[in-house]
Each structure stands twice: as C-alpha cells, then as structure tokens.
Ligand binder design. Structure first.
Ligand code: CA
Length: 250
C-alpha cells in the first residue's frame, strides 16, 4: 500500500517512514502542505496538522474535495476541536502523538477495512483482485468515486451497492458531470436504442440511485428535458437519507 506521510518534523517522519517500511508499506514523504497537494494520489494519507506552510486542516479539506483517499490525522495537538473539525472535513481517523508504529499500522488497517467494506453486489471483476482497490481509472466526482473497471461505487469512502442498470445509468451521467442528458439519450445508451414508449423504468432507476446516494440532489431533474449529475451543495457524507421528492413513476 502506498502511503503519503505529510509531516515536516524529520525526527518523527524519519522513524515513522522506516517503521512503516518494515510493515510493507511504501512511504512517500511530503514536508509541506503544498508538496502534499502536488503529490500523486496515494492509497492512504497520514496527515500532520502542524505544517510549516499551511494548516493541516486545510490540507485535509483540499484533499477531500478531490478524492476519497483515506486520511488519518496525526498531531501533537490534542484538542477536541481539531479532532472534531478534522473528522467533519472527512478525515477517517485521528492519532495523537506520541504513538508507536504498531498502533499506527493497526489504525491504517482499521481505516482500510472501514473505507473498503465488502460489496454486496459483486459484479464481474479481474481475477485475483481480492479487494479491488480503486484503480487509476476511477473517476472522482466530489465525494463520489466511480470505477468502471470494477463497476464499484464509493461515496465518501463507503461502498454503494448498485444494481447493474443503476450502475450503468450513473456511469452514463458521470461521463460529463453537470451536462444535461435527455431522457431519450439515456434510454438509448443505458437500455435499448430501439426503446419506444414511456420511459418509466428510467424514473424508477433514477429514484433508486438518489436513494442509494443519500441525496436526491445528486441527480437533478431538468424539466421536459432529462437529468444531470452534479455534486449536491453542502454534501454531507454522513447524511443517511434526505426526504425524497423522487418522481413518482407513472
Ligand atoms: Ca509538524
């Protein structure tokens, strides 16, 4: 697993990188927030909150806006407010200094298990990929990650189990987030190019997707035209369900 260790203090980062290496992790290091944000996306982020150029909280926010890579905050600051703020901004866990490498490894494993839970619907996937980590081809749309290769969808790090047609519909809308797709386009591409008649099944699938994504705003209805996918304003990954105004089919 590739870990990005964001820590300016060599006395901490050096032994930590070495220790993680012994456990089989590949550790990239960044000493500043700017360097961290410029680094290639790792599979796990260890983030110190006290950085020389910017607040680690802002690094957390910036990372979370573009990806759902697991983030564990590491800090000397023990204040509750930092922990709460960090977790609200999308960090997955928190570890206060001092801590041992073994404890950190245990947290990394726990976070990995949590953020990559077993999927309920297991579509065909490449052989030998037991956990199917998000591939390079995975598309990130706000907190939503869509992997066409493995047909897996994650929202804020949690797997979303979709039926095959629900996945196809989401993947189609995600080809151009924000763009309006007409009902006929969607039906042609996702169902059958020779489909005629009422597109009720489309509404049923849109309603299901909205439910599973936890916020109907993910898929906006454009009246008399179709639908478009976009990141809801003020997305709260923990929102369970939003009272839906799903279109009643038929
Ligand atoms: Ca520091």
């Amino acid at each position: 697993m590739q870990v990005l260790l964001i820590e300016d203090d060599e006395r901490i980062a050096g032994p930590l990188a070495e220790g993680l290496g012994r456990y089989g992790f590949t550790v990239e290091r960044a000493r500043t927030g700017a360097a961290a944000l410029a680094a290639p996306e790792p599979e796990m982020v260890l983030l110190d909150l006290g950085l020389p150029d910017m607040d680690g909280i802002d690094v957390c926010r910036a990372l979370r806006q573009r990806s759902n890579v697991p983030i564990i905050m590491i800090t000397a600051r023990g204040e509750e407010i930092d922990r709460v703020l960090g977790l609200e901004l999308g960090a997955d866990d928190y570890l206060a200094k001092p801590f041992g490498v073994r404890e950190l490894v245990a947290r990394i494993r726990a976070v990995t298990r949590r953020t990559r839970p077993p999927v309920m619907v297991q579509p065909a996937r490449a052989p030998g990929t037991g956990h199917a980590p998000p591939s390079d081809a995975a598309q990130h749309i706000g907190p939503l990650t869509l992997d066409r290769r493995t047909r897996q969808v994650h929202l804020a790090g949690r797997a979303v189990a979709l039926a095959p047609k629900e996945f196809d519909l989401l993947a189609y809308l995600a080809q151009d987030p924000g763009a309006v797709c007409s009902r006929q386009q969607i039906v042609d591409q996702v169902w059958d190019p020779h489909f005629f008649g009422p597109t009720k099944t489309l509404d049923v699938h849109v309603a299901a997707l909205r439910r599973k994504l936890g916020d109907p705003a993910w898929i906006e209805t454009i009246r008399r035209v179709g639908f478009r996918l976009h990141v809801p304003d003020g997305t709260t990954p923990t929102a369970d369900s939003v009272p839906g105004h799903d279109e009643t089919p038929g």
